[in-house]
Design a protein around this ligand. Structure first.
Ligand SMILES: Cc1cc2nc3c(=O)[nH]c(=O)nc-3n(C[C@H](O)[C@H](O)[C@H](O)COP(=O)(O)OP(=O)(O)OC[C@H]3O[C@@H](n4cnc5c(N)ncnc54)[C@H](O)[C@@H]3O)c2cc1C
Ligand code: FES
Length: 288
């Protein structure tokens, strides 16, 4: 490319014109130095960056659109959305837990300590925690486990009990066990021993409902687990929220790549996952 910089080179190409406090700026583009970046298992990496004040104002369930370096000689045009896995305000850090699946995440995986990560965000509508709830249940699988980290952190800070049901192929993929243990109880369910079967997860949820430990449901990462929580939520009148991982391009609203159908008061409604979500009312979402 004759020394021409790639669009995916880590240059700041714009920043919010507003100069007020971080809360007044809707989202900004920032260069965040990588402080650690390690493999968690054969497919997932854990990435921690030093975040700007605006980036640190991220709330659980929100995401950043990351400019991933190209992993090869080609160009990488679009940013890749990643929700925040942990917010460490005391140390000024934001952490991501991501699966390497394609060119974007393979490029992201090449970042080393000291490199800058170009992030746009925080973006989207995140989870809500009702002050009346005493105990919540989070149910995640795969990359969805990462998305549920911050809401569990927030619940712990607000003295709300958390039961985390983490579903995975095998023990190696039960990630973030420690983070969820800090927040409350953790139940791992695996494909290898059959405990991840929907019927078994249903028994676990019914048990929590019977014990009065399910004031609200939160889920991400599996359509069949989402459908299960939605059904039980409807039957027992338990409010629920689902974080959706829809393919995105701009992440900001104008391109309409991320539109999905929802069911609101018996009518179909189209919504953009990037700005109307990615977190939605469980009873309005129809799954994927
Ligand atoms: C709001 C949001 C939060 C997310 N948070 C996380 C997270 O915390 N951790 C994590 O590992 N992943 C997360 N994802 C998924 C992540 O964005 C994709 O894995 C990533 O964009 C894939 O890029 P790629 O270039 O590596 O793969 P590509 O080559 O683009 O695609 C490889 C495979 O991944 C699938 N894919 C591509 N984009 C998405 C997408 N947006 N969502 C789901 N599957 C996709 C493709 O269908 C394909 O099968 C999130 C997605 C969204 C929308
Ligand atoms: S990703 Fe462009 S509108 Fe949602």
């Amino acid at each position: 490319m004759n020394g021409e910089p790639f669009a995916s080179a880590p240059h700041v190409v714009g920043k919010s014109a507003l100069t007020g406090s971080p809360s007044e700026i809707p989202a900004e583009e920032s260069l965040c130095p990588v402080v650690s970046h390690d493999w968690v298992n054969s497919e997932y990496k854990h990435l921690a960056v030093e975040a700007s004040p605006k980036a640190l104002s991220v709330t659980p369930g929100q995401f950043f659109n990351l400019l991933c370096p190209s992993p090869d000689v080609g160009e990488l045009f679009f940013r890749r959305p990643q929700s925040v896995y942990r917010i460490d305000r005391a140390r000024g850090r934001i952490e991501f837990l991501y699966k390497c699946v394609g060119r974007g995440t393979r490029g992201l995986a090449t970042l080393r300590r000291g490199d800058d990560l170009n992030m746009v965000g925080p973006l989207g509508v995140g989870f809500k925690l009702d002050p009346g709830w005493r105990h919540i249940v989070v149910l995640g699988r795969g990359v969805g486990i990462a998305t549920l980290g911050p809401i569990s952190q927030l619940a712990r800070e607000r003295h709300v009990g958390v039961t985390a049901i983490l579903s995975a192929r095998n023990r190696d993929f039960v990630m973030a066990d420690a983070l969820f243990r800090e927040a409350g109880d953790v139940v791992s369910v695996l494909d290898t021993d059959g405990t991840s079967a929907v019927e078994n997860v249903e028994c676990l949820l019914q048990d929590l409902i019977a014990k009065g430990q399910a004031d609200a449901f939160f889920t991400c990462g599996s359509n069949r687990l989402f459908q299960l929580m939605k059904r039980l939520g409807r039957a027992h009148n338990i409010p629920g929220q689902v974080a959706m991982e829809q393919v995105m391009a701009c992440g900001l609203g104008p391109c309409y790549v991320c539109v999905r159908a929802f069911e609101v008061s018996g009518k179909q409604e189209l919504r953009r996952v990037c700005i109307d979500g990615p977190v939605f009312d469980m009873q309005e979402a129809v799954g994927w």
